[in-house]
Design a protein around this ligand. Structure first.
Ligand SMILES: Cc1ncc(COP(=O)(O)O)c(C=O)c1O
Length: 373
């Protein structure tokens, strides 16, 4: 067994680094007697909206629900189509299905793994109502192009920002060129609570008000209901997120420094490395390399005590049973999506990863790469 142990996540290290502040924030909630829909949530929603430089945010219980409830609030449902990619976490498409609408998958740009904006136009039909670009791995999709097409066809744009809080485009901010932004705070995200959480952030107060209603059984006033759901962000999570949000830019900078080490250390190997677009602030929620020998490399690293994971090894349209009796449309070839699914490997990446751990990981990958020649 290897003496080295480099895990994929740094959750516990992160907690230890902020222990006093997090413990106090949780304790304050416990002593307050207010656990759901209280003042800490209201405060966090304001902090989050301010961080995103947007007007309002509504905390919900997951990123999936943030996507789904925005679609529901817009009345997007059966008979409607929403364009996105199949190279994303399952929830992007699931939210479309939950709303009753049809996901339409277009291929990705092989360089960034984000939606190939050149393919969106051809995917539009009379039923198209929205586009969901995903800011995969921590880098923004090309929002200027998405927004231009959406405007020309009167489509909504909902940014799936589960992976890129704190990222920026070259000349645009997340939220600036869309109708709404969905965030996820599941623990493994770059801003994570101790469990599940999410938020819908928008400059449209009516949309946020509608989502606030939907997340709470259609109610904003005690005992007054219309149909909704139960999807609230609890006070304890909001309290933890408030503490962590203050660290987010610093953490993202640390991720970028680790990415730089990986870039440097792996640049002359056979691996395809992440491509950061010029001027974009990629925040490396994940550092994803590609190689046809992915499974062998993953096993080789595991034998050396280094955990690398795959995001995402089975594209949505390749999942067993797809589309489970729902409607879906694949527009053109998804060859880059399929290649990516077969080759991606995410290296350990979190702000608390030490330079020494990154160095050991690089060395192990270089050794494996040499053994392949
Ligand atoms: C791209 C993407 N979209 C949506 C989600 C869904 O978020 P959640 O797990 O909070 O429901 C996630 C993360 O899990 C994600 O990575």
């Amino acid at each position: 067994m290897s003496a080295v142990k480099i895990g994929f996540y740094g959750h516990v290290r992160q907690y230890h680094n902020l222990k006093a502040e997090i413990d106090k924030a949780i304790n304050d909630v416990l002593e307050s007697g207010s656990f759901v829909m209280g003042p800490i949530l209201v405060r966090f929603e304001k902090e989050l909206a301010a961080y995103c430089n947007m007007k309002e945010a509504a905390g919900v219980n997951s990123g999936t629900d943030a996507l789904w409830l925005a679609l529901v609030a817009w009345g997007i449902g059966p008979g409607d189509e929403v364009i996105t990619t199949s190279n994303t976490f399952f929830a992007t498409a699931e939210a479309i299905w939950l709303a009753g609408a049809t996901p339409v998958f277009v291929d990705i740009d092989p360089a960034t793994c984000n939606i190939d904006t050149g393919l969106i136009q051809a995917a539009i039909s009379p039923r198209t109502k929205a586009i969901i670009p995903v800011h995969l791995y921590g880098q923004c999709a090309k929002m200027r192009e998405v927004a231009r097409i959406a405007k020309a066809h009167n489509l909504r744009v909902l940014e799936d920002n589960a992976q890129a809080l704190g990222a920026r485009g070259d000349d645009f901010a997340i939220g600036e060129l869309s109708d709404a932004v969905a965030a996820s705070f599941i623990i493994q995200k770059n801003l994570g609570c101790f469990g599940d959480g999410g938020a819908l952030i928008s400059n449209d107060p009516d949309l946020v008000a509608q989502v606030r209603k939907l997340r709470n059984h259609g109610s904003v006033k005690r005992s007054h209901h219309s149909i909704g759901y139960n999807s609230r962000l609890d006070e304890i999570h909001a309290a933890v997120l408030s503490v962590k949000l203050k660290q987010l830019d610093r953490w993202n900078d640390q991720r970028r420094s680790i990415a730089k080490m990986y870039d440097e250390g792996l640049k002359d190997t056979s691996l395809k490395l992440p491509v950061a677009l010029p001027g974009y602030r990629h925040i490396y929620h994940l550092y994803v390399v590609e190689t046809p020998g992915r499974d062998a490399l993953q096993a080789y690293l595991q034998d050396r005590g280094i955990t690398a994971l795959t995001h995402y090894p089975i594209a949505i349209h390749q999942q067993e049973g797809y589309p489970w009796g729902h409607s879906a449309r694949v527009c053109g070839s998804l060859k880059h999506t399929e290649r990516s699914a077969a080759q991606v490997l995410s290296l350990p990446m979190y702000p608390e990863l030490t330079a020494e751990e990154a160095r050991i990981t690089i060395e192990a990958i270089r050794d494996w790469d040499k053994s392949q020649k």
